[in-house]
Design a binder for this molecule. Structure first.
Ligand code: IMP
Length: 413
């Protein structure tokens, strides 16, 4: 039972909670793309956690978490998260966290370049998280990036760092900034490399051993389908492939080993950063939805743009990911509405809405489909009908327990 979890919108669909809910059924939880541009908020035992890089499965002590080769790693952020978890009583041992030796390293100069490039774009800015994700993937594809294996090897790190600084110098001069000094970068890197070295290994070998031993693996996606570098709303996208296929490339596991693809859909739609958003709402309406849903970025704190669920977009996402099961999150947020617009198609590129009846009552306590108000059931069934994929899990509140399980995929028995 090897399952990929991906967001079917522009990220922030509530993947963290679903991963956390399903994790007890898996032995391995693996991140396969992105970096600390992602962020999950988790509520466990009434404690709130923000994780950006380490898979949220780390909160379960029977699980081994991996950061796959497709991820870009900021070593300082990673270490900070590990220390935060240790302080909270979740011990991060090398049995519990493994970092692929092939994952690429985000350096401070990648971050600086990310921010400088955004500033240079002016009104055409993408709205990146400023975490150096794009410049690091650029270096990877240009075959001049640094992998974790090199980072933790002092000689290799220093040689590669020299060449990276030489390569970056003209760009720094062009944006009128000081070229990063080798000594400053090395002073930053050296203690981090010492601390992270024990965690860096051939995760691919370990994953294949797990597959042979039939240990179930959960592949945890970050961002969302329409932020995918190929399939998203280019150029307003992130720099990695976010669709389910990337789970194979970003971990070194072949597609024949994937059995399920779970797509996470929020009951409405949000987006951070620039780019098209057909069903976006504005003004007081957007403010209301944003406040009700707590739609502010975990990574950057930015207010998310808000809008109504877009079925054509959802259908395309199901197609791109080969979704086998949908998980509908944050349905409780819509309990405050008398009517809920649902975009079922576009007419000349303009959204056409079906107005669904709201239910106007609290659903947070509901634990099975039949106990949901009739209008709420209608909303779910209509999404299911229009998307053509069954909705197996419904989120009715932020806690793990505030969920309705409808299909065996989510029972995992
Ligand atoms: P980058 O990934 O920092 O380069 O940002 C590129 C675009 O992806 C921007 O619009 C970001 O707001 C968006 N983005 C990146 N990561 C996330 C995420 O985890 N959730 C939502 N949006 C994201």
């Amino acid at each position: 039972m090897n399952t990929v979890i991906v967001g079917l919108q522009w990220g922030d669909e509530g993947k963290g909670k679903v991963v956390d809910l399903l994790t007890p059924h898996f032995k391995y939880v693996v991140r396969f793309q992105g970096g600390n541009n992602a962020g999950h908020t988790l509520v466990v035992n009434d404690e709130t956690f923000g994780l950006h890089l380490i898979p949220s499965g780390i909160l379960h002590d029977t699980v081994c978490c991996m950061i796959g080769n497709g991820v870009v790693v900021d070593p300082a952020v990673l270490l900070e998260e590990m220390q935060g978890l240790n302080r909270a009583g979740y011990t991060v041992t090398t049995e519990r966290l493994q970092i692929s030796s092939n994952a690429h390293v985000i350096w401070p100069f990648h971050r600086t370049l990310d921010v400088a490039r955004e500033a240079a774009r002016g009104k055409n800015k993408i709205g990146t998280t400023g975490r150096g994700i794009g410049p690091t993937y650029e270096d990877k594809v240009a075959r001049r990036g640094m992998r974790m294996a090199e980072f933790v090897n002092t000689q290799q790190r220093q040689a590669k760092l020299q060449s990276m600084i030489v390569e970056k110098s003209p760009i720094y001069k062009y944006v009128k900034m000081n070229v990063p000094s080798f000594d400053a970068m090395e002073a930053w890197a050296s203690p981090l490399a010492e601390r992270l070295r024990p965690y860096v290994c051939d995760t691919i070998d370990n994953l294949h051993t797990a597959i042979q031993e039939q240990e179930p693996i959960l592949f945890e996606g970050a961002q969302g389908t329409f932020l995918d570098i190929d399939h998203g709303t280019y150029p307003f996208v992130t720099s990695s492939n976010t669709v389910s296929g990337a789970a194979c490339i970003g971990t070194g596991v072949g597609p024949t080993h994937i059995t399920h693809v779970i797509g996470i859909v929020k009951a409405y739609l949000t987006r951070v950063g620039s780019g098209p958003f057909k069903t976006e709402i504005h003004g007081e309406d957007a403010e209301r939805l944003r406040t009700l849903g707590g739609e502010f970025g975990v990574t950057t704190g930015r207010a998310r743009r808000c809008g109504w669920l877009d079925i054509p977009l959802l259908k395309r996402a199901c197609m791109l990911n080969g979704v086998t099961d949908i998980c509908l999150t944050k349905l409780d947020i819509l309990s405050h509405y008398k009517e809920i617009p649902l975009c079922t198609r576009y007419e000349n590129d303009v959204p056409h809405y079906e107005i669904m009846q709201g239910w106007n009552e609290d659903i947070q306590h509901c634990r099975d489909f039949d106990s949901l108000p009739a209008a709420c059931q209608e909303y779910i069934l209509r999404i299911e009908e229009l998307s053509g994929v069954s909705i197996g899990l419904i989120g009715v509140g932020p806690k793990r327990s505030e969920s309705i399980i409808r299909t065996d995929t989510f029972r995992m028995s």
